[in-house]
Design a protein around this ligand. Structure first.
Ligand code: NAP
Length: 292
């Protein structure tokens, strides 16, 4: 039996379910979910991410609005865009794609988003609610991972989980969610970061490892035990002259080496990435129903 956690296939299945739900919303004359995305500047990676998000909205029948702004937009002007979206009754949720140009304070922009429309789950109000186990918009990547664990019925209760990385968008929320008092949670969670002493001592005893550090193929076979469940969040470009585009994508885990020891493992690409996009759609659907 395959040990692959197929995020791509699962994301498609969830999109199909959503498309069916949106079709019946249309028949019933209900409001169609509407996601807006604000893209500032020309960062190539951000353009790809936003294009994927907008395309995914179209695939499930959501309305989507893309607002493009020049990299030279002032902080004040961007805050005015955010406020307009906060006030627009047709927009259920919106995101401001990060990173923003250096002259704009990302924290200030995040704080300006109405938490009820914060489908990226980055507002401290949503983060705090998540930490207290209250209904909240969960950040997209951890939310997608939780959905994947749920759908694949991966046992988490009483398990030793090691999260590599403590960023606000992946590592830290992931550790909170896996320690929460319901499924998929109830795990004993250790967070490792750049100051961790003897990281391998932690990873070798882990039943589940979530790797989110941004170092290509960092986690090697000798650092994990037999039967481990691997969630590889990393998306890294490494030079590869055999590829037409001159690079290949890889995760934070040495897939070739670790996969034979893992009971379950997410590939890169095709694992966590597609679930992240779907998770934004799940949040938008919730926003349109007012269920958060
Ligand atoms: P980040 O903000 O750069 O955080 C990296 C974390 O890794 C930090 O906590 C850092 O520790 C830790 N770290 C760095 N080097 C380490 C080392 N040698 N040993 C142990 N810990 C180390 O990263 P991020 O935004 O969470 O992203 C992580 C990766 O996931 C990136 O490859 C990113 O592209 C990818 N990503 C993928 C998705 C997706 O949808 N699949 C979504 C978001 C991010 P300190 O805190 O001590 O600095």
């Amino acid at each position: 039996m395959s040990n692959i956690l197929d995020g791509k296939g699962l994301a498609q299945q969830i999109k199909d379910e959503m498309a069916t739900e949106v079709a019946s919303m249309m028949i019933n004359g209900d409001k169609i979910p509407h996601l807006a995305a604000v893209l500032v500047g020309e960062d190539p990676a951000s353009q790809v991410y936003v294009r994927n998000k907008v395309r995914s909205c179209e695939q499930v029948g959501f309305k989507s609005t893309l607002i493009r702004k020049d990299a030279g937009i002032s902080e004040e002007e961007l805050l005015a865009v955010v406020e307009k979206l906060n006030q627009d009754p047709d927009i259920d949720g919106f995101i401001v794609q990060l990173p923003l140009p250096k002259h704009i304070d990302e924290h200030k922009v995040t704080l300006a988003i109405d938490p009820k429309k914060d489908v990226d789950g980055f507002h401290p109000s949503n983060f705090g609610r998540m930490a207290q186990g209250l209904p909240a918009y969960l950040p997209a990547t951890p939310n997608g991972i939780m959905e994947m664990l749920k759908r694949y019925e991966v046992p988490t209760e009483g398990k030793e989980v090691v999260v590599l990385g403590r960023s606000n968008i992946v590592g830290m929320p992931m550790s909170i969610l896996l320690a929460q008092k319901n499924y998929p949670g109830n795990a004993s969670v250790t967070i490792c970061h750049s100051r961790t002493k003897d990281l391998e001592e932690h990873t070798r005893r882990a039943d589940i490892i979530v790797a989110a550090i941004g170092i290509p193929e960092f986690l090697k076979a000798n650092m994990v035990k037999e039967g481990v469940v691997i969630i590889d969040v990393g998306i890294n470009r490494v030079d590869d002259e055999t590829r037409k585009r001159g690079y290949r994508l890889c995760g934070d885990v040495d897939f070739e080496g670790v996969s034979p020891k893992a009971s379950l493992i997410t590939p890169v690409p095709g694992g966590v990435g597609p679930m992240t996009v779907v998770s934004l759609l799940m949040n938008t659907l919730k926003a349109s129903k007012g269920t958060v």
